[in-house]
Design a binder for this molecule. Structure first.
Ligand code: HEM
Length: 445
């Protein structure tokens, strides 16, 4: 592999097919979970296709990740990687921004998701989780995935857009579902179409967020939205009310389905590996089942850390990221023209045998210090993306996951119910096809 050379025009296009006229290979891309794996086996780490209306090059593996996320960063546009529906429904927010504008806004958003800010979120996450766990143990048999999604939505909406738990959050969740239904539909904006309803839902969500932003401006708080309202850079610049509204909506969008996916995969993996579950429980017992959850006590859970890293490796919620190509480039001897789109893939690097021996076995100890198969600098682990635009919510998500996991391990058991499809569907984010049916119980202590 080499980065872009002065002249690439004589190089061939990557191997692959364009599929049917206009529609290309979009249907296989959306319906076949092995779309990329099969073509990677046939063509290698870079192949050509035509999906979602554009000629597309799919690139996978650590070298491709490094090129797209870091060394070749300037050849790509985030904004051009998103379909138009996203641009309208999610507004002028971080996902669509680039260059100086992106840097300024990322800097203003960052403090709410790192370091000291996280300390203030522990109690809220702990309390909300308690309510859901108690409710589930009374229900007994449940389809867990939608319930986990309600939990993460409530945590995200309370912390990120200042919602009140209960009826208000339920209504926001309904509006949010209408909004996301509009992301992959025809953009016909009439009151009775899916897209029209999505636009109406977006407007109501933004109005709700604006009310809270104005309240936070009067009376600062320590939730994420409160911190974002107060955030300012070294020149005293702050986010305006309009900016805050769209950024908060984006954070809500980016921040809960992904987390739901990982928690569901964690619960599935632990149910399938009782010996690992037992070891993770033993760690909780050793720390003290009643030791309050805090940043410090979470830090002591080193075995749980390994389990979570292994879940992130084997079950990355996001399959990859689209980018527009703004400058022709060369990769592995092939030419990728300006105006095409690129999809970088996350899972392939995670199953590279040279880095992760027996990659399909669930083995948390591969992240133990003495084995340390994860090498952060070589893009072999890209669950949260990488480079300068790595997920802004990574530390927040990992803390949330750890709190929920610790509470589950301390006081609850879950058993997979028979007769269900446990395979995972990668679109839109990795999720169990039958919703993960379990018998959920409180443990006697
Ligand atoms: C397990 C949970 C999560 C996963 C797996 C995840 C995954 C990702 C990935 C893969 C990217 C990069 C996408 C690309 O390169 O195209 C990303 C970016 C991003 N994520 Fe996350 N994410 C998670 C949680 C969160 C949370 C909780 C938030 C917000 C509170 C969040 C906000 C964002 C934002 C704003 C970006 C764009 C960053 C930028 O453009 O500078 N994510 N995330």
């Amino acid at each position: 592999m080499s980065a872009s050379q002065p002249s690439t025009s004589s190089l061939p296009l990557p191997p692959g097919k364009s599929g049917l006229p206009w529609i290309g290979e979009t249907i296989s891309f959306l319906l076949d979970p092995d779309f990329a794996t099969k073509r990677r086996q046939q063509y290698g780490a870079i192949f050509r296709t035509h999906i979602i209306g554009r000629p597309t090059v799919v690139m996978s593996g650590a070298a491709a990740n490094k090129f797209i996320l870091a060394t070749g960063f300037d050849k790509f546009s985030w904004r051009d990687g998103w379909p138009d529906n996203f641009k309208e429904l999610l507004g002028e927010s971080l996902f669509l921004q680039e260059g100086a504008e992106h840097q300024r806004n990322r800097k203003l958003l960052m403090p709410a998701f790192h370091g000291k800010a996280l300390v203030n979120y522990v109690e809220t996450i702990d309390k909300i989780t308690d309510c859901y766990l108690a409710k589930w143990s009374q229900t007994g048999d449940l389809t867990w995935f939608p319930e986990l999604k309600n939990l993460t939505f409530e945590i995200a909406s309370v912390l990120l857009i200042g919602s009140e738990p209960g009826a208000q959050t339920t209504e926001l969740s309904r509006l949010f579902t209408e909004l996301t239904n509009g992301l992959f539909t025809l953009p016909l904006n009439w009151s009775y179409t899916t897209y029209g309803r999505a636009i109406a839902a977006r407007d109501k969500l933004l109005a709700q967020i604006e009310t809270v932003v104005l309240a936070r401006q009067q009376q600062p708080t320590q939730d994420a939205l409160g911190l974002l309202v107060q955030s300012q850079d070294e020149d005293g610049n702050r986010l305006s009310v309009d900016e805050l509204k769209v950024q908060a909506l984006l954070l809500l969008f980016a921040g809960h389905e992904t987390t739901t996916s990982l928690i569901a995969s964690l619960c599935l993996a632990l149910a399938q590996h009782p010996e690992i579950l037992a070891q993770a429980r033993a760690e909780q017992a050793q720390i003290g089942m009643d030791t309050p959850l805090s940043i410090d006590s979470l830090k002591q859970m080193t075995y749980l850390d390994r389990v979570l890293r292994e879940v992130e490796r084997m079950y990355p919620p996001v399959g990859g990221g689209f980018r527009g190509v703004v400058e022709e480039f060369e990769f592995n001897g092939y030419r990728v023209p300006k105006g095409w789109q690129v999809l970088y893939r996350i899972p392939e690097a995670h199953f590279d045998e040279a880095v992760y021996p027996n990659p399909t076995s669930f083995d948390p100890d591969r992240f133990a210090p003495e084995r340390y198969e994860y090498k952060p600098s070589d893009y072999t682990f890209a669950t949260y993306g990488g480079g300068s635009r790595i997920c802004i919510g990574m530390a927040f998500a990992q803390m949330e996951l750890k709190i929920i996991a610790a509470k589950l391990l301390r006081d609850y058991s879950w058993e997979l119910l028979p007769d269900q499809n446990l395979t995972l569907d990668p679109i839109p984010t990795l999720h169990p096809r039958d919703g993960l049916k379990v018998k959920f119980q409180k443990l006697a202590r």
